[in-house]
Write a protein that binds this ligand. Structure first.
Ligand code: WTA
Length: 632
């Protein structure tokens, strides 16, 4: 049987060849790739799909367990290879190297712990933990027994955590006493305590001791270290259907509640591995580091699953780029001889603000490949990254994709296809992107601009929004029937390279985090002295975008610091990442007759525009624009 290495493009001709095969005969192509994995039973049909229902099924009736592919499969050849290389927040504390054999054992032990808590196949498990190896162990232990993990980023507030637990009715919560973030210690357990007041579905909570903070343990709450004592390290993997749910991961929508995107076992396994190996061109002795948090999709696909499925060494970093100082990333690159470094443009821009001497005092010669993800990268940041970190010799892969897509969709392949500053460049093998005009017609040819859409399914497309298939259909498949609509605009250059121009909906990407403006407005409106609010994004030098809130108060004479109270309200409801940079109290908001706020104008004001607002004749209250500007 062929190995997956036979399907990794090593030069441009191979990319072209594989790409053609993947487009002309997608089912054959993906069936061959899938055959390189270990399955209990082979699938009977490769693909069944319908964009209108919408429904996507890959490798139908195939049986597998993804952890057998992440762990067991590597034990024969490479049991002692480091799977997880853990770098703690405190640079003076010891690095941990966890081999594939150790990881396998620890996952099996914890899988047995979950079983002892009556967690069964299909049950949802919420994981709210810092970036420690036990987080990866928790994720894989769920997958081992067929439980569905729902990881919630540990920077979210208690209200946001509770909403996510309730939405997917999680049975168990895995958490920690606290987390270290730079010089701060964050008291996770008390956030959990508050969230749990509202969550009836949670039967038990297991707490990993990280900070040693003094925490109160309630009924049905136990310590991780006690639970794993004397537990067998043998745990037979649960047999899963290819289309069984693997995980839920929440992402912000432009309206209302967060969307619990559902990913399934077979397709996600195949696509995360295949993209990892092609995009990063990982070789067996490389040390790969993705700086994301496992609370986001980038961490799921490119810290945990993709690298472990490929048998790679994946670095997990607990801390932040600024602690103890802004040279921390580069210290780590030197210390562990990192070969692959994958981060967000916002981090690059923040680091580029500091003296290059912080970079130059480190030996970065181990680096071979750089990557970026999460938002468009501006040319200045790209050039800084290329010159100072890559020393003009490392390809930079600018990878465009989403929580919904499960894996990288547009990208260059490191050293194989050409990179180009600010362009995500070409489709990944198997991906068919198009540009659409406003009427949903495909724009043919190159050097065009339009709405990005994908016209053929790929294995790791999200299967639904948990508990709300209608919303899944409405958001992604209704505006442009017959396509997947990601919500981004794009343009092409004369060679067909894609550049993402930004969101075309009310989602704003702040420091690489997807934030819906509607939920932030909802949070602001919860304040008793707020009548109405509108939140928009505007360009920001480091964060990419920042938020500005326009708020109408019930009583402007109320003597409290409204700005502070609004920010607190947002931190409490969503989390500190959603706090606007600017909060402006306004007498009114520009509205059209239907009552809809004309956000276009607010976006212009937020971007510093003073005069050119285009046609404002349809406004009910055109005078308001001037009034807002006076105080802006
Ligand atoms: C944006 C993150 C430009 C985009 C993996 C997308 C990007 C949203 C890029 C998804 C990129 C992600 N260039 N924009 N390389 N990567 N985006 O779900 O707007 O957190 O729709 O997934 O981030 O964010 P999410």
């Amino acid at each position: 049987m062929k190995k997956i290495e036979n399907y990794i493009a090593k030069n441009i001709n191979e990319y072209n060849d594989l790409y053609s095969k993947s487009i002309n005969h997608p089912e054959n192509f993906w069936s061959e790739i899938a055959s390189t994995f270990s399955w209990r039973n082979k699938w009977t049909k490769t693909l069944e799909y319908d964009f209108n229902k919408p429904e996507f099924k890959w490798f139908l009736n195939g049986k597998l367990n993804i952890t057998e592919n992440c762990l067991d499969r590597h034990l024969e050849e490479n049991p002692n290879k480091t799977a997880i290389l853990f770098e703690p927040n405190d640079p003076n504390k010891e690095t941990q190297k966890i081999s594939y054999k150790d990881l396998h054992q620890r996952v099996c032990v914890f899988a047995n712990v979950l079983k002892s808590k009556n967690v069964e196949k299909g049950d949802r498990v919420c994981i709210y933990m810092p970036m420690v190896p036990e987080l990866t162990i928790a994720v894989l232990a769920c997958a081992r027994i067929g439980a569905v993990h729902s990881v919630v980023f540990a920077g979210f507030s208690s209200t946001a955590l509770a909403a996510r637990i309730k939405d997917s009715e999680c049975k168990i919560l895995l958490t920690a006493d606290g987390s270290f973030r730079g010089s701060k210690v964050i008291d996770l357990k008390s956030i959990v305590d508050e969230a749990l007041l509202e969550c009836d579905s949670i039967e038990s909570t297991i707490v990993f001791k990280r900070t040693g903070s003094n925490v109160k343990m309630n009924n049905n709450e136990t310590w991780w270290h006690n639970e794993i004592e004397d537990v067998s390290d043998y745990c037979e993997a649960e047999e899963m259907d290819s289309e069984d749910m693997l995980f839920i991961l929440y992402t912000s929508g432009s309206t209302g509640k967060p969307k619990g995107m559902v990913h399934s076992c077979g397709g996600y396994m195949v696509y995360s591995t295949y993209t990892f190996l092609n995009v990063f061109q990982y070789q067996s002795n490389d040390i790969y580091w993705c700086t994301a948090d496992i609370g986001w999709i980038t961490g799921h696909s490119y810290i945990v699953y993709g690298p472990l499925l490929a048998g790679a060494t994946s670095v997990m970093f607990e801390g932040v780029p600024s602690y103890p100082d802004y040279s921390r990333f580069w210290n780590i690159v030197e210390k562990h001889k990192i070969t692959h470094f994958y981060t967000a443009p916002t981090a690059i821009r923040a680091l580029a603000k500091h003296s290059v001497s912080l970079v130059e005092s480190n030996d970065l010669s181990s680096l071979k490949v750089l990557g970026t993800v999460g938002e468009p990268i501006n040319e200045e940041a790209w050039n800084w990254y290329d010159k100072n970190i890559g020393k003009s010799k490392c390809p930079i892969v600018d990878t465009w994709w989403q929580t919904e897509t499960g894996g990288i969709m547009l990208t260059s392949l490191a050293g194989v296809t050409k990179d180009k500053p600010t362009f995500a460049t070409k489709p990944m093998i198997g991906i068919q992107p198009v540009l659409l005009d406003k009427d949903g017609k495909e724009i043919l040819g190159y050097d065009k601009e339009g709405i990005l859409a994908i016209k053929y399914p790929w294995p790791s497309i999200a299967r639904t929004i948990y508990g709300n298939h209608q919303r899944y259909k409405n958001v992604y498949f209704t505006a442009y029937p017959g396509y997947y609509f990601p919500g981004d605009g794009a343009l092409t250059d004369s060679e067909g390279n894609f550049r993402i121009t930004g969101r075309v909906d009310d989602v704003v990407i702040v420091s690489g985090h997807n934030l819906g403006t509607a939920p932030i407005e909802d949070a602001i409106n919860l304040h008793e002295n707020v009548v109405e609010s509108a939140v928009v994004g505007y360009p920001h030098e480091i964060k990419g975008n920042a938020l500005r809130a326009f708020v109408i108060l019930l009583d402007e004479a109320v003597i409290v610091d409204m700005e502070k109270e609004i920010k607190e309200q947002i931190s409490k409801t969503i989390g500190p990442i959603a706090k606007p940079d600017i909060i402006q109290i306004v007498p009114g908001l520009p509205k059209i007759r239907s009552g809809k706020i004309m956000r276009r104008i607010l976006r212009k004001i937020a971007s510093g525009e003073k005069e050119n607002f285009g046609d404002i004749s349809t406004l009910l209250n055109p005078e308001i624009v001037k009034q807002i500007l006076i105080k802006a």
